[in-house]
Design a protein around this ligand. Sequence first.
Ligand SMILES: NC(=O)c1ccc[n+]([C@@H]2O[C@H](COP(=O)([O-])OP(=O)(O)OC[C@H]3O[C@@H](n4cnc5c(N)ncnc54)[C@H](OP(=O)(O)O)[C@@H]3O)[C@@H](O)[C@H]2O)c1
Length: 510
Amino acid sequence: MSQANFLSVVESFSQKQVLITGATGFLGKAILEKILRETPDVGRVFLLIRGGAIDACERCSQDVFGSSLFDVLRDKHGAGFDAFISSKVEVVSGELTAPDFGLSDVDFIRLAGKLDLIINSAASVNFREAMDQALKINTLSLNNIVKLVQSKAQGSKATKVLQISTCYVNGLNRGVMREEVVSPASGLLSRNKDGTYDIEPVINQLNRKINRIYQNNHDASRQQNKLIQLGIQQSQHFGWSDTYTFTKWLGEQLLIQALDKQNLTILRPSIIESAVSSPLPGWVEGVKVADALIYAYAKGRVSIFPGDDNGILDVIPVDLVANSALMCSAQLFQSASRYRIYQCCSGRLNPIRLKQFIDYIQQASLDQYQQLPKLFAGKPQDAFKTVTPKTFRLYMAALKGSTWLKTIMGRLLGSKSAGRLMDKANTTASLATIFGFYTAPKYRFDSIQLEQLQARFSVLEQKRFNAKADSYSWKVYLQTIHLPGLHQYALAGKPDLTKAQENKQQDQAA
Ligand SMILES: NC(=O)c1ccc[n+]([C@@H]2O[C@H](COP(=O)([O-])OP(=O)(O)OC[C@H]3O[C@@H](n4cnc5c(N)ncnc54)[C@H](OP(=O)(O)O)[C@@H]3O)[C@@H](O)[C@H]2O)c1
């Protein structure tokens, strides 16, 4: 390929105006940092942030630029950091789910007129979100994105959209999952001639069920529980494991159809974890999915879990996802075409099986527990074992029965350890309900098209925006980058606990 034919992130972002949603979150922040540090000629970056007890600008200072993620950029600009940020970044105070984000007509149209690109990273990533909330945030709010695109004056260059989705929109399907529209595993939805799915009847049906719950349940917590149950039940009925992935799939369909299959790229990451190298190795925010299990194991609350040792646990470092997002954006700017779908994952190029993942983490836990006191209050006592979902159900039923008896006896005799056992059984059961699907994977995600896209950038840019899932070793990443990163960044605000303090906390909670 000649130099002239290469795509370029740096060139394509020059003078462009970009809206990012979800910048207070884990991935949105990583994408923003990358744009500001690696494409300093970008025109302006608008951040849609919702205000709450504190206003959106204040939240931006605290939750976005207050993050250690921006330390490298802060060092680069020194005393000029604030001026640089003011010259490039503008906060738009808005609620994703409100009509026009809650902006006035004038402000909405003005914003629409300025944009070259929208990167939509905002979402509810709660797997068991209430059905009404998940539908609003992950699906229906995309109507606002569509309206923003369509509100641009006729004749001006079309605004491009990069939608951050998830590999897990593949739901309950099995086998190799390609970078294409997902067919629901249930086979219950009718497919349009163009390969998309008719989602309007599904959304109408969901809204009817939601309204019935509103009408019949006036107690707020009962209503919430019913809406959570509805989400899980409907997701599984249509072919997904949880409400999050079902509503993200609906969102993909909505965008593809409403944007008439143009100027849209859908980027589906797998499970996103700490940065492998840039800007800070190990940087991570929040304790989600795989980390929630690592954390519970470190705290002695989980030692047995349903899973498939031979299944591929698809994890991908956040910097690789951010770099992929920039490459997809460059392609949107430089080569228009019908919509594209890419999967950003490790399962094809650098697969790791669940058993190997657990072994690396366990080995590192035994070697490093003293250096990671926010994570470990002492030497991990039990080995972490996986069992089949069926064995797990039998084990939990037996454990809960015997633990319940021991707890009653323990309380009568003044012993605390039985309460801790009950706490462990409850933590294991609730983590298994939420994450059990992800530790027993029945498929491998394909990423050939994303790999082909990477090859369209110069060697220099491929290094600068490294998105190669085989560019690191799992042993090195998990043991020397991710685990220390969890301790240093995700748990930064947590105190170091001794075993006695931790037991006391667990006794109080039990
Ligand atoms: N994390 C993963 O492992 C993973 C894996 C695959 C795909 N993804 C996708 O990656 C994207 C980002 O995920 P993440 O892990 O960064 O999630 P996150 O940390 O929970 O961030 C979610 C972001 O969405 C914003 N948001 C949610 N509801 C909103 C609303 N009603 N109005 C305005 N903003 C709203 C949040 O703002 P507030 O701060 O105001 O709440 C926050 O900035 C999502 O689209 C997700 O589906 C994530």
